[in-house]
Ligand binder design. Structure first.
Ligand SMILES: [Zn+2]
Ligand SMILES: [Zn+2]
Length: 235
């Protein structure tokens, strides 16, 4: 009660302004125009979210992904790429909230249109040493905002990162999966049903695949992948 009263006063005295154009923001720190202009990952494969003309890309036809479905609403292009950089590497929590809010808005349209929601969101775990270095865990923050907006529980305790791994960006496809072999493990807490892994960027999919394997080993019946932005041209 006190908080909403305080928030009402704050919104009147300091009306929210759009993070991108400084115009009046309706909600989520973005104005409607800037939200509509965010680059969408339209015409994507239903299974790996890579650009594809329809349904299932050639790669997923010949070699199905480790997860059931990947859903990634935005493309890793300006200004999404900059916002992710500010959030991940400079710890800009407002940029993180804007991105997660935009994903939640897109997700709620999908759920209203009949997509079955997962039973919980599982942030892709960061090794504790990396989280300490960064001061926060970006996947936990994103999953927290999306879970709050969509009223879905967030379970960060189902799988863990067992060892720190090299940054994936500089590695080729084969090195990426070698780098991640055995990097995730079930914590021993029971997992059942349909879960969605949450991360910031989906590029080769090697990280999501390794985390999905750990969730299936832990007992999940279906693992989807939800990310903010799709980088790269295929998994
Ligand atoms: Zn704007
Ligand atoms: Zn595909």
């Amino acid at each position: 009660m006190t908080n909403s009263w305080l928030q009402n006063i704050q919104r009147r005295v300091f009306p929210p302004c759009c993070l991108l154009c400084r115009g009046a923001a309706e909600n989520d720190d973005l104005c409607r125009d800037c939200f509509e202009d965010l680059p969408r990952n339209a015409d994507a494969c239903d299974f790996c979210a890579a650009p594809a003309a329809a349904g299932r890309c050639g790669r997923c036809l010949s070699q199905p992904a480790a997860w059931a479905r990947a859903w990634v609403p935005f493309a890793y292009r300006f200004p999404v790429d900059r916002l992710i950089g500010c959030f991940k590497y400079s710890g800009d929590q407002i940029a993180g909230r804007v991105l997660a809010g935009a994903v939640a808005a897109e997700a709620s349209h999908r759920l209203e249109a009949g997509t079955i929601p997962p039973e919980c969101l599982v942030p892709v775990p960061l090794h504790p040493s990396r989280a300490r270095e960064r001061g926060f865990d970006q996947a936990v923050a994103v999953a927290g905002t999306i879970g709050h907006r969509l009223d879905l529980p967030v379970r960060a305790d189902l799988i863990e990162r067992t060892r720190p791994t090299r940054t994936q960006a500089s590695l080729g496809a084969q090195e990426r999966s070698r780098n991640l072999r055995g990097a995730f493990a079930p914590t021993g807490r029971p997992v059942s049903g349909h879960v969605a892994l949450v991360d910031d960027v989906l590029t080769s999919g090697a990280t999501a695949a390794a985390a999905a394997h750990a969730l299936y080993r832990a007992g999940a019946s279906r693992v989807d992948v939800w990310c903010i932005a799709r980088g790269g041209s295929q998994r």
